[in-house]
Structure formats: structure tokens, C-alpha cells
Design a protein around this ligand. Sequence first.
Ligand SMILES: [Zn+2]
Length: 180
Amino acid sequence: MSEQSHDFAGRPDAFERLWTPHRMVYIGGENKPDDDSVASCPFCSIPGRTDEDGLIVARGETGYVVLNLYPYNPGHLLVCPYRHVSSYTDLSKDERDEFGELTAHSIRALQLASRPAGLNTGTNQGAVAGAGIAAHLHQHVIPRWMGDSNFFPIIAETKALPQVLGETWKLLSDAWERTC
Ligand SMILES: [Zn+2]
């Protein structure tokens, strides 16, 4: 990581090496579900993995938090209910309450781990609204930094994908334990 890149980012950040190659995989269409069924839904299968293998940062009673495999920015988290529902209005009150709590905890963990200048949160409901996996509701929590959309100088210094995501997972899992 060069000093110049640090300056460009505004401030050094713990995830700085990490992002664009995953998006290139996404653009290629890999791992997109074939249909809207539970059987082909990644958000239904992820909780069956170990935390490290599934990149799960936290598990609640009704939902969980996972690193996005195709982040817009490093540290991009997804809050998902365990239940395969497509709409926010399909959640029970308990599920919706925890969905909110997990979102707030995600924000605090990201703030502790990487001090983003800002954050985007939100759900894209339906393919027309931009949902990559429309059948299973998920809330994006995306850390933002000044100039992050122009972060191309970093590409050349990016490590191999599995190691990079594993390091981000460790940082955020640790930050999760230290926040509430
Ligand atoms: Zn699902």
C-alpha cells in the first residue's frame, strides 16, 4: 500500500486492499441462483456453513450477518433473516426487530473496525429495484469513504480473494464482539 493511496482514501483504513476483483466475478454472473427456490438460495444455505467458511460475522435468533461475497466496498455486510422471504413486510415483528438490531450492530462494528466516513444501508426489493437475489430479503450495510468510487489504484495490490475476505471476516467478527 503506497502512501499516495492512503492520501487518496482520505485516511488509512483496515480493509483498503480489498474490493474490485469480487465485483468482477459478480459481473460475470457466477453464483447467481438459477431460480427463486430455497434449494438454490445462497442466503438459505450460508447458515449451514461454519462462520469462517460462510463468512458469517454474527448469528441471531431470527437472522444473521454475513460479508457480501461481491462487495461494493470492503466490509460490505448483509443482514438476512433465516427465513426465505422476499419482502420486508413478510417479516414477523420479532424478525423485523432483530433485523433492525443486527443492522445497528453492523454499523457499530464497521465504525469500530474501519472508521468509514459514511455508510449506506438499505434493501433492494425485487429485481427491478436492483436486488441480485430478490427471493430472499437482505439489507446492505456499506461503509463509504471519500473517493471510494475511484479507488482503482488499489487493484494492483489486491491479494487473492479467499485470503482477503477471510481477513475482513476476522476484523469484523472481532469488532462485532467488542460492540453491541
Ligand atoms: Zn433463501
